[in-house]
Design a protein around this ligand. Structure first.
Ligand code: NCD
Length: 354
């Protein structure tokens, strides 16, 4: 343990509510590390910015305008875990705003192989860039990065968490909530809806981050459908209890709860986190897949979502059902990430006033 390890361990003993204060600057969101940082005001702002952005980008003068907004900034995409959507949508989001990007996608081609610590790598990246977007298998590496830059250096470089181990994926939650808000625009918004999450809820960072965001909406009900071995962990459940969000644990079969749901959020089994090889494959997940014949039990106004990648949790025959929202959800990732970056750099008014 070096001195930074010790100091960070002390920081981590603080309750989440206190720690997240470290990721604000001048009372505004600065780093995006955990979903708990987001309040309704920020979520609604991002919703409006995203809608404007999408519209502006449709025309050539609009996209040229956008490319000037942050053309003086550079971003580092530091993704040492596999990624297709999150990486590409962040890269596209940066380019949309004129931000130049650099990337490391494999620790084997960085100085990490020479024994450099994450802290030193991070300080190096922060010397060359104005924004660090990172994905890492470690649950606390993004948090440590933001803590280190904010409290131990004078570099004003925001950190965005693009997925931290099996813990959090806050920007996925932002795009998921955006998709939900947009889908329910004509049904009174997301307030009052029942969200059914299914799959590997224990190790699925997307379902965890999305659950935390639900505190910002009124009268939400959550149903977690998963075999007992993959059920939502205690930390998220007690968070929901503290925020008076009713939730139900379904461990028998997805079909039992399908008729109640306004949104069905399906996730894959996260077997890369298996402690013992093939451990997940020994658990029967066959009753937690969405099959074409189940669709008659789903409300006609419901939306089906999936953070992707998918395996066999949603049959491809469902893709043509108008309730399947996952491809649109995926595209929303690029727009909402551009909106978040504009918000963090406090240039979103330029977009809103265009
Ligand atoms: C998710 C992830 O990486 O957590 N993918 C994504 O970013 N859209 C979900 C997953 O890998 O299952």
């Amino acid at each position: 343990m070096n001195i930074l390890d010790e100091e960070f361990a002390e920081f981590q003993k603080l309750p989440t509510e206190e720690r997240i204060g470290c990721f604000e600057k001048n009372g505004r969101l600065f780093d995006m590390i955990r979903s708990q940082q987001l309040n309704r005001e920020i979520i609604d702002d991002i919703y409006r910015i995203t809608n404007h952005l999408r519209r502006i980008s449709k025309s050539k003068p609009g996209s040229v305008f956008m490319q000037n907004i942050l053309c003086h900034k550079r971003a580092m995409l530091w993704f040492t875990q596999p990624s297709s959507r999150t990486f590409l949508s962040f890269e596209s989001a940066c380019h949309m705003l004129g931000i130049k990007t650099s990337e490391i996608r494999d620790a084997r081609v960085s100085s990490e192989v020479k024994g450099e610590s994450y802290d030193d790598s991070l300080r190096t990246f922060s010397s060359y860039t104005d924004l660090i977007i990172m994905r890492h298998k470690g649950e606390n590496i993004a948090e440590r990065a933001a803590w280190l830059l904010n409290t131990r250096t004078n570099r004003q470089v925001p950190v965005i968490n693009g997925g931290s181990g099996s813990d959090q994926h806050p920007t996925q939650a932002i795009l998921d909530v955006y998709t939900l808000q947009r889908s329910f625009e004509k049904q009174g918004g997301l307030d009052g809806k029942t969200i059914l999450m299914c799959g590997d809820l224990k190790r699925g960072r997307t379902a965890r981050s999305l659950s935390y965001l639900m505190k910002n909406f009124e009268d939400i009900k959550i149903i977690y459908a998963a075999p007992q071995a993959f059920q939502m962990k205690e930390d998220v459940c007690s968070f929901l209890e503290r925020h008076n969000i009713p939730y139900l644990l379904e461990t028998e079969a997805l079909e039992n709860v399908l008729p109640e749901a306004d949104a069905i959020y399906v996730t894959r089994i996260q077997d890369e986190h298996d402690a013992i090889a093939d451990e997940s494959s020994r658990i029967d997940t066959s009753r937690f897949r969405l099959r074409p014949l189940d669709m008659s039990k789903v409300k006609s106004t419901a939306v089906i979502m999936h953070p992707f990648p998918r395996r066999d949790e949603i049959d491809v025959a469902i893709d043509s059902d108008p309730r399947a929202m996952y491809w649109r959800q995926e595209r929303n990732g690029m727009w909402t990430r551009a909106a978040l970056i504009a918000y963090i750099f406090d240039v979103h008014d330029e977009i809103l006033n265009y």
